[in-house]
Write a protein that binds this ligand. Structure first.
Ligand code: NI
Length: 241
């Protein structure tokens, strides 16, 4: 009886081990091919998302990006952070890059120092409190910047090169087609993770551009792979070769 029990336990343990090994193998092979590729030798493109986080849409986007092994960059609104600390921590934990998109989504040009700080420094401090690091990019709302914004930014200013204006008609097919048609090595795509149609578009864009051999990376990864240093107060639109 005891012998049978012992054998039984060994059999169960062996079964568990085999199952676990199989699971790890399946998981490995299920990863996209580009997960282990050399960045410098590939067509690279960066997905960036503004105006979030918004729990329902951002969470679904993060799920879809995780399934596809894709890292993106999120430019967040400061006043939306309080209800979304867990979502922001998840972005960070899953390898996405995070940037500031002001506290209230205001245009940053022509602000005095106090008003600029209330928009940018306040958001930076909130993000630092949530994440424990302090290395956030800046994307000024409406892409508006001037010498004052450059002087006060305290970090690189990241704009974009591919803008399908997803907010305009929230038409998933149109957005997907426009981005895929304009995609090129070193590009920066602008989308908004606060619309369900944009989440659908983003995931379809990933699948279509994966099929064309693109590797999706964060802003830091994109510029590092191209040997371009990102400097505080400088404006960047793309990393085209
Ligand atoms: Ni915006």
């Amino acid at each position: 009886m005891r012998r049978y029990q012992k054998r039984g336990i060994i059999a169960v343990l062996a079964g568990l081990l085999a199952g676990l090994t199989l699971l790890i193998c399946v998981r490995r092979t299920a990863l996209p091919v580009d997960a282990s590729a050399h960045l410098s030798q590939q067509k690279l493109i960066a997905l960036t998302f503004d105006d979030g986080p918004r729990r329902s849409t951002t969470t679904r986007l993060l799920d879809g990006l995780a399934e596809r092994g894709v890292k993106a960059t999120f430019f967040l609104i400061g006043k939306q952070l309080a209800d979304h600390e867990d979502v922001v921590r998840r972005m960070d934990r899953e390898g996405h890059q995070i940037g500031i998109h002001t506290f209230d989504h205001v245009q940053l040009t022509d602000l005095n120092q106090a008003d600029f700080d209330a928009q940018v420094v306040t958001t930076r401090t909130l993000l630092k409190d949530i994440l424990g690091h302090n290395d956030f990019l800046l994307r000024p709302p409406y892409g508006k910047w001037d010498e004052g914004v450059k002087k006060r930014a305290g970090c690189p200013i990241i704009l974009w090169s591919i803008d399908p204006e997803d907010w305009n008609d929230k038409n998933t097919d149109r957005v997907v087609n426009m981005v895929v048609n304009q995609a090129r090595d070193g590009g920066i795509i602008l989308l908004h993770d606060i619309y369900p149609q944009s989440v659908d578009a983003a995931l379809a864009i990933v699948d279509k551009l994966h099929a064309q051999g693109y590797y999706f990376c964060t802003i830091d990864q994109l510029f590092a792979a191209r040997g371009i240093s990102l400097n505080p107060g400088e404006v960047y639109w793309n990393a085209y070769p």
